[in-house]
Design a protein around this ligand. Sequence first.
Ligand SMILES: [Zn+2]
Length: 90
Amino acid sequence: METLFPIVVFLIFFVGALTLITWHQRSMSARRTLPARDDYVAAHGSTACRHCQSAATREYGLEDQSDERRVVACTACGKDLYQYRRDGDA
Ligand SMILES: [Zn+2]
């Protein structure tokens, strides 16, 4: 049993890391498929949150803070809403 302990610790660490990586990749691909701002406005009438109707939003870069592709999320419920390019067109 004592010889199994390091193996069990390794397996727990490995499965935990794998779960984190999978979760991260899933959330990143969900962000990449967010609608463009124009499509979002066309579908929902305004840039307000479609989940809680809050108009307060925050934005962040898709890959990192300085990414030109910006993801806009609701500050009230935290859900991602749409994306746009910082240079203005779309
Ligand atoms: Zn919301």
